[in-house]
Design a protein around this ligand. Structure first.
Ligand code: C2O
Ligand code: CU
Length: 445
């Protein structure tokens, strides 16, 4: 094991230093010698799995289940994950989506490591510095591998809070491609039928909503007021109760919500381009009443929610670098056929711009969507602060994100501190768009 992890860090180090100059080796790898507090093994393997409706598919799983096992750790722990690939021919990796790990642990095939071939092993090590709701997924041919099931949730519990008596439920939503046809089936886990869960009235319920689909998903919680307590793992300052608002979560994005279980049933459902999930009904006892879904409800605005709080930088800061990123599409060749290609500043990867920064730089990026599709922009290794949306500065709680849905016609200004050296991807998390051009890299000079 010792030899293996040394080889692993060596090859990553070489790979990174080829592109990233004058960065010390330790900055790029996770803790190498400390004993891990938590150890997990994830085995990528093909498996026939059954949805709750009885429909089956060949899923690509971690440890035989899809989604893969939830990795739940405590803030501050050193986490070690051994990835083994049993039979996925194209190879696999694990990327910690939204988690700012050292570069060599980022799990991007061809950038921070080679993909792990069948029979191969790779060890990831990182310190769980950020608390919150995250997820992991393969980053080798991600569009295909995530849709087939190579993903799971990563939950980091804060170590500084007393254990509240809260029922903590992860809702990992996904659209499966069934073996029998082309339609996508949206589910929470493997439930594509209405799920019922019994929760006593008065219980605090925390739902960790994770959108593992390519499209924005509009979640609706009917029958109870609730708070949005975190976005993409980042706590909201002074959240207030909202009711009957729909939550639009970007592809790859996460919202934590909190409510007190009433005596009457509560229903969670969602809609995306893949369709409507039947959802989950939470109730005190088995009941047939299901609160209605109201499509006409207003959409929640994270730019005005909660209370202002000081941030290390903001809209009036002096930025060391600024980038304008225009998102669009055009027709072009892909694998010898004509397809819609997704462009950044008119170009498709690898001709897209390289965002080059220096360690310590304060960076502003403006995303401008001139196309017809939503583009959930995902930056690896860093967390972005939203400064403004369509020319309007944000006024609520600081809105930190790693997966920002930029809808057609929208303009967002975001900022981040370049504090994690390496070479990082910045791409659309509609993984088909990423594959067909909408990918770029952030690198440190
Ligand atoms: Cu969740 Cu580069 O991806
Ligand atoms: Cu896109």
């Amino acid at each position: 094991a010792m030899n293996h992890s040394m080889n692993h860090s060596m090859s990553n180090t070489i790979r990174n230093t080829m592109k990233v100059k004058e960065i010390s080796v330790t900055a790029l790898t996770g803790p190498q010698t400390e004993k891990a507090d938590r150890h997990f093994e994830l085995v990528a393997q093909k498996k026939q799995v059954k949805l709750s409706s009885g429909k089956t598919m060949e899923a690509w799983t971690f440890n035989g289940i899809a989604p893969g096992p939830e990795l739940r750790v405590k803030q501050g722990q050193i986490v070690e994950v051994v990835l083994k690939n049993k039979d996925i021919e194209e190879g696999v990796t694990i990327h910690w989506h939204g988690y700012n790990v050292p570069n060599a642990e980022d799990g991007v095939a061809g950038v921070t490591q080679d993909s792990v071939p069948p029979g191969g092993t790779h060890v990831y090590r990182f310190e769980a510095k950020q608390a919150g709701t995250y997820w992991y997924h393969s980053h080798q041919q991600s569009a295909k591998q995530v849709i087939k099931g190579l993903f799971g949730s990563l939950i980091v519990e804060p170590n500084d809070l007393p254990q509240l008596n809260t029922k903590d439920i992860t809702v990992l939503s996904h659209a499966w491609q069934l073996s029998d046809g082309s339609a996508l089936t949206p589910t929470y886990g493997l439930k594509d039928t209405l799920d019922r869960q019994t929760i006593p009235a008065g219980t605090q319920v925390k739902l960790r909503l994770i959108n593992a689909q390519n499209y924005p998903q509009t979640f609706q919680l009917s029958g109870v007021p609730f708070e949005v307590t975190a976005i993409d793992g980042n706590e909201i300052h002074s959240p207030t109760d909202i009711k009957d608002q729909k939550l639009m979560i970007a592809g790859g994005g996460r919202y934590d919500i909190l409510f007190t279980m009433p005596k009457t049933p509560v229903r969670l459902s969602s809609r995306s381009e893949a369709g409507v999930t039947p959802g989950i009904v939470f109730s005190e006892a088995v009941t047939h009443s299901t609160p209605a879904i109201n499509e006409k409800n207003a959409v929640f605005d994270p730019g005005t929610y909660g209370e202002k709080q000081p941030t290390p930088f903001g809209i009036h800061s002096k930025f060391d670098r600024t980038f304008n990123i225009v998102l669009d599409s055009r027709l072009g060749f892909y694998n010898g056929k004509i397809y819609a290609l997704y462009t950044i500043n008119g170009r498709v990867f690898p001709d897209t711009p390289m965002l080059t920064v220096k360690e310590g730089d304060l960076v502003k990026t403006t995303f401008i969507n001139r196309g017809w599709d939503h583009h959930p922009m995902h930056l690896h290794g860093h967390t972005m602060l939203v400064l403004s949306r369509n020319g309007k500065p944000t006024t609520g709680s600081p809105w930190w994100t790693d997966s920002l849905d930029v809808a057609p016609g929208e303009v967002y200004e975001v900022a981040f501190q370049a504090d994690n050296p390496g070479i990082w991807m910045d791409h659309c998390h509609n993984l088909w768009h990423a594959e067909k051009g909408m990918t770029m890299h952030l690198s440190y000079e």
